[in-house]
Design a protein around this ligand. Structure first.
Ligand SMILES: *[C@@H]1O[C@H](CO)[C@@H](O)[C@H](O)[C@H]1NC(C)=O
Ligand SMILES: *[C@@H]1O[C@H](CO)[C@@H](O)[C@H](O)[C@H]1NC(C)=O
Ligand SMILES: *[C@@H]1O[C@H](CO)[C@@H](O)[C@H](O)[C@H]1NC(C)=O
Length: 213
């Protein structure tokens, strides 16, 4: 009785001891190599500099002279290689009056949004029962959008709105619903079948978003 217990105990001890590998302080992305599920391969340590751990690109407003009157400036691993392997990233969202970040999802990351100027109406739609959760946020308010859930943001004030957004992945991914439907070569007849929209509406949206077919 005693020996088997001792044996199990020592097996547990052995299997829970840490592996004999040197701790890696960081793995700054080598952006010239392809990325995979675990991120980018590491740059050689000799080539890592302080600039790999800092990013100045969020100071300036994005250009909102576009269809959606909004711009998202990413600080994801592709722009900020020091994020590789760290499990988070950021972005800046600028929404001119009337601006909208259309219905979209991030396949790889939860999102947290902090309003620093203006007002933003934001909503998310559950996948289980398509319930809508809507909030109008003012300066200082934060809101979360769980991974993979459809959501959107709209400028709800008369002045430019600014938000900083954090993600739970260095490469959160982005799929915009209308672009997936109307900005590619998916044939109009098929879109009409799978969305129940009429031909005129589909053709109009393809023209606006640059789709063909
Ligand atoms: C990045 O990877 C390429 C291809 O393996 C290699 O030639 C290059 O030296 C690497 N760069 C750094 C900074 O490690
Ligand atoms: C990496 O560092 C080595 C040695 O300091 C240098 O010769 C090489 O050009 C650097 N490579 C890159 C891609 O910066
Ligand atoms: C903003 O984008 C528009 C449309 O692409 C362009 O015409 C304009 O020059 C850009 N403005 C700045 C300041 O880059």
């Amino acid at each position: 009785m005693f020996l088997p217990i001792l044996f199990i105990f020592s097996v547990v001890l052995i299997s829970s001891s840490p592996p004999h590998t040197a701790a890696l302080d960081f793995c700054v992305a080598n952006l010239t190599l392809p990325t995979g599920p675990a991120g980018y391969p590491c740059k050689k340590a000799a080539n890592v500099t302080a600039d790999d751990f800092a990013f100045s690109g969020l100071a300036m407003a994005g250009n909102t002279s576009n269809l959606i009157k909004a711009a998202v400036t990413p600080a994801f691993v592709a722009q900020f290689p020091g994020l590789n392997g760290l499990g988070f990233s950021m972005a800046r969202a600028d929404l001119a009056p009337g601006g909208v970040i259309p219905m979209h999802t991030h396949p790889s990351a939860h999102e947290m949004l902090l309003v620093v100027q203006g007002r933003i109406s934001a909503g998310l739609i559950s996948s289980s029962d398509n319930k809508v959760y809507l909030k109008t946020l003012k300066k200082g308010d934060i809101m979360v959008f769980p991974k993979g859930i459809l959501h959107f943001q709209i400028n709800a004030g008369g002045i430019p709105a600014i938000a900083f957004v954090s993600f739970s992945d260095p490469d959160p991914g982005l799929q915009i619903l209308d672009f997936a439907l109307f900005a590619n070569n998916l044939p109009s007849k098929l879109i009409e079948k799978v969305t129940f929209l009429d031909d005129a509406q589909v053709k109009k949206l393809k023209a606006v978003l640059g789709g063909t077919g």
